[in-house]
Ligand binder design. Sequence first.
Ligand SMILES: Nc1ncnc2c1ncn2[C@@H]1O[C@H](COP(=O)(O)OP(=O)(O)OP(=O)(O)O)[C@@H](O)[C@H]1O
Ligand SMILES: [Mg+2]
Length: 325
Amino acid sequence: MKQQASAATTLVRDPVESPNRIQVVFHHPTTPIIKDKAPESLGETVRTTASDPLRLIIDELEAMIGLAEAKRVMYEIYALLRVNQERAKHQLKIEQQVYHMVFKGSPGTGKTTVARIFGRILKEMGILSKGHLIEAERADLVGEFIGHTAQKTRELIKKALGGILFVDEAYSLARGGEKDFGKEAVDVLTKAMEDHKNEFICILAGYTDEMDDFLMLNPGLPSRFPIQIYFNDYDVEELMQIAEQMIAVKQYQMSTAAKDKIRVHLHKQKSDPFLDGFSNARYIRNMIEQAIRVQAVRLLQTGQPSREDLMTLRADDFVFSQIQF
Ligand SMILES: Nc1ncnc2c1ncn2[C@@H]1O[C@H](COP(=O)(O)OP(=O)(O)OP(=O)(O)O)[C@@H](O)[C@H]1O
Ligand SMILES: [Mg+2]
């Protein structure tokens, strides 16, 4: 009813300019599929218009801390899908896009996790038939003798059909120069991307600088991977939020002193100019798992622990010297 009312015409008399003329004002119904909203509320629009199963997976993506670019790309794909559905109703051409992607970022910034969620979302959207993720690295693609690489790469692509082929540390395929079989793997892969158009999505992942060099050295690649997503390093507050989230999922909590200790430690780590390869959210996961073990030993020595004791990780449970980067 509301829409009908806003779609109606209104008769307006302009008594000053032309007292005898009647102006007809058309009020168009304004219910576009994706409204022109600020990026932070775009996720909300997507959530409210998505089907229930899709919303559940989008919620998982939305719950991840940071990752603005990855979220934006997924919302764009969703918007296009919905707009295509509307275009189909009007017998308009449907825009078919290529969804091969490059994920660039430091260790532990969520590349593999996001790829897995993307697979599930794209399946729910009907873009992929299965949505599974096949993870591969150089050793899975490159063989040891002539013909072996093509065979290995083709087998992996076959497994990935209907889902995502996620090639980690993709730049290692350029290792060894012209004579190396890595180049052959890239050639087979790019050919398969043409032959099996829309049957699988290939994501090349790796550290930013190495990926940029790799793409520059293979001029044919960037145009085949039109979506490039940069995964930022997390700042201390984001790492704290990730820690809170991981701990809550495990039904633990941190004391205030523990939080303060972690925050100070992370500031120190992140400002250390000699620290190389800080593994972002994976470091947080390792830190928490280690603290849980230390707490278990502490509790074992204190007799009957209360529910509160069992849940609480104290400052002295966090022993940073032993955590793997
Ligand atoms: N934004 C986030 N919010 C919550 N947890 C996260 C986030 N990003 C990463 N994680 C967690 O951190 C861990 C490492 O993430 P993941 O393996 O996806 O990183 P990666 O970028 O693939 O790392 P690598 O480059 O080393 O392969 C996972 O346990 C993941 O769940
Ligand atoms: Mg990974």
